[in-house]
Design a protein around this ligand. Sequence first.
Ligand code: ATP
Ligand code: MG
Length: 175
Amino acid sequence: MRLFIALSLPPDARGPLTALQERLPVGRPVPEENLHLTLAFLGDQPDEAVEALHDALSTLRAPAVPLTLSGAALFGGKSGQAVGLEADGGKALTEMFDRVRSRLRSAGVRVERRRFRPHVTLARLKGGADASGALSVLAGASIGPVVATSFGLFRSHLNRDGAIYEALSVYALVL
Ligand code: ATP
Ligand code: MG
């Protein structure tokens, strides 16, 4: 199954994010219930990995993460693009990222070594589509600070008309 670990976004972030999505001139908006900040993308994992991951993550006691969402983010290329906001979560976020990765390694899950570029994806565009109108709306936006108080292990079901995420478990952060 296709798995990832993400911070959930609080309600006071979701409202402004959906308002911003409505202003984007192009792209397929991410449904509100799917809005998240990915900490680790695990890709396809055997079913047995879920229990080991849950054991590794459920004992992680980390502080809640203050987030400021601002600055246009663009990912992808020919095979599809994603636009959203960059996320600044200061030390709490980078420490959260490091701790999740070290828990993953202990659980025997291979993690990519790519640089962490925290962001919230707001819309997806076809590869090669002109993202500039969306990027200029996003460039002027700033949301927060808001506080992320939980993270979770999610399963992604890929469908033709977009992914559906299933929360396999949710873990509280310490306020
Ligand atoms: P779709 O791929 O159909 O557009 P999606 O991107 O929402 O849907 P997934 O591809 O399963 O669904 O991705 C789940 C989460 O993991 C998203 O936040 C996505 O940006 C992130 N992600 C996916 N692939 C990678 C990758 N190779 N490296 C880092 N993060 C990734
Ligand atoms: Mg994807």
